[in-house]
Design a binder for this molecule. Structure first.
Ligand SMILES: [Zn+2]
Length: 206
């Protein structure tokens, strides 16, 4: 029995051959990585990567269909029970009114818990986290990892969580690196909600 005897004609690999093998291996791995990155299942991670490189939005659409930004009360920072501050804005509308993503994004979480009730968390441009709460129901099939365009359906306005029994509304928060920020200025700057109509605050004239 012969073990580990070099065969005749099998030259030992030189440094150049070893380098060539290493380069080929790296190229192969790179091709695999690029191929995997392009797979549909990688839509979420790829979009997250792109979103993280986007600037903080200065304008976005009102996430409740048919509501004009001018009709939303500026209640960000207002006092709430239990020594809490209001970390968002409330957008009132009839129960069942469509709630739509204010921005492009990736769904981080779809859940029913705590004071927010039925809620959706979305990672948006500049990796900000968008919180949509008190929903009556979620859009069918919506789940973590879904890639969303601005205006895409998330669910319907309701009164779940600690809003139970109050007029149905969407609680909408945006969290950036510095914590919660007031989303209302960017909604007022946004003009791309085709479903919104201006609400006059003038008294009726005869
Ligand atoms: Zn609220």
């Amino acid at each position: 029995m012969t073990v580990d005897e070099p065969r005749v004609g099998q030259a030992r690999a030189g440094p150049l051959q070893r380098l060539a093998k290493a380069v080929l291996l790296c190229a192969g791995l790179a091709i695999v990585a690029v191929t995997v990155w392009q797979l549909p299942v990688m839509d979420g991670p790829r979009t997250l990567w792109a979103l993280a490189r986007m600037p903080i939005p200065t304008a976005s659409i009102v996430p409740v269909q048919g509501v004009a930004a001018g009709a939303i009360a500026p209640t960000f920072g207002a006092s709430r029970s239990g020594n809490r501050r209001h970390h968002g804005i409330d957008i009132f509308a009839k129960r069942g009114t469509p709630v739509r993503s204010a921005t492009r994004g990736v769904v981080l979480s779809v859940r029913d818990s705590g004071i927010g009730g039925k809620q959706v968390w979305v990672i948006g441009p500049a990796s900000e986290r968008h919180y949509y709460a008190h929903l009556d129901a979620w859009a069918p099939g919506l789940e973590r990892g879904d890639v969303l365009e601005a205006g895409q359906l998330l669910g319907q306005v309701g009164d779940t969580g600690n809003a139970r029994g109050t007029p149905p509304h969407l609680h909408y928060s945006v969290y950036g690196d510095g914590g919660a920020l007031d989303p209302l200025p960017r909604l007022r700057a946004g003009t791309s909600n085709p479903a919104s109509s201006p609400v006059s605050t003038d008294p009726p004239t005869r």
